[in-house]
Design a protein around this ligand. Structure first.
Ligand SMILES: Cc1cc2nc3c(=O)[nH]c(=O)nc-3n(C[C@H](O)[C@H](O)[C@H](O)COP(=O)(O)OP(=O)(O)OC[C@H]3O[C@@H](n4cnc5c(N)ncnc54)[C@H](O)[C@@H]3O)c2cc1C
Length: 172
């Protein structure tokens, strides 16, 4: 059982599935992706609300993108940029030099990584709206309780939540 349907939980489930180990993901919210979320504007342009850029300093991510057949493109960085600190103040214009270390974006939006990983997993192994509120030992197994009252037994549990989700330390 994997707790958290962000990039960590999904990629873990994917790599386990390649070794014929099929874990269930419990995701607390109504969507997968966690800190990765791409929305589309009226003309279909992807807009990132979370993770956006990566570079050749992230070789594991680049390998995963290749494996999933996802395309990337360099971030255009040279030229005039607009920067607005407050919605009621006009945007400021400034020149940006070309970046020394180019950064890249995932074609179609970072969410493509999430949806591609999810497609590789069987849908019944992904439970949305399944916020885990307790993990208890029960004999040789672990009993997980979700906020909506579901009780699930697991042989092993891997918590894929960022440290900022501090309260999970009180689970056991
Ligand atoms: C292209 C790209 C660019 C990136 N750029 C940056 C960057 O610029 N800066 C940076 O810092 N990182 C960046 N990253 C890293 C990335 O943003 C995060 O490291 C990554 O999203 C974290 O994933 P996670 O699964 O660990 O956590 P999360 O994305 O936070 O996922 C955790 C999930 O657990 C769920 N959850 C929480 N509590 C519970 C519970 N009790 N029960 C069940 N589910 C629960 C949440 O709803 C969430 O979906 C980038 C990543 C990529 C792929």
């Amino acid at each position: 059982m994997i707790i958290g349907g962000g990039l960590s939980g999904l990629s873990l489930a994917y790599f386990l599935s390649k070794k014929k180990m099929h874990a269930t993901i419990l995701e607390g919210s109504a969507r997968l992706g966690g800190g990765i979320q791409t929305i589309k504007g009226a003309n279909g342009t992807p807009l990132e609300l979370g993770a956006t850029w990566f570079s050749d300093m992230h070789p594991s991510l680049m390998l995963l993108l290749d494996e999933l057949g996802l395309k990337q493109y360099p971030q255009y960085s040279k030229g005039i940029s607009l920067f607005q600190t407050k919605s009621f103040e006009p945007a400021q214009k400034f020149s940006v030099p070309e970046a020394e270390n180019p950064s890249f974006r995932i074609a179609g939006g970072t969410q493509m990584l999430i949806s591609s990983l999810a497609e590789k997993l069987s849908a019944e192994k992904i439970l949305l709206n399944a916020k885990v509120i307790a993990i208890r030992e029960q004999g040789h197994q672990l009993l997980l309780e979700t906020a909506d009252g579901r009780k699930l037994m697991a042989d092993q549990v891997i918590v894929c939540l960022p440290p900022t989700t501090g309260w999970f330390c009180n689970w056991l």
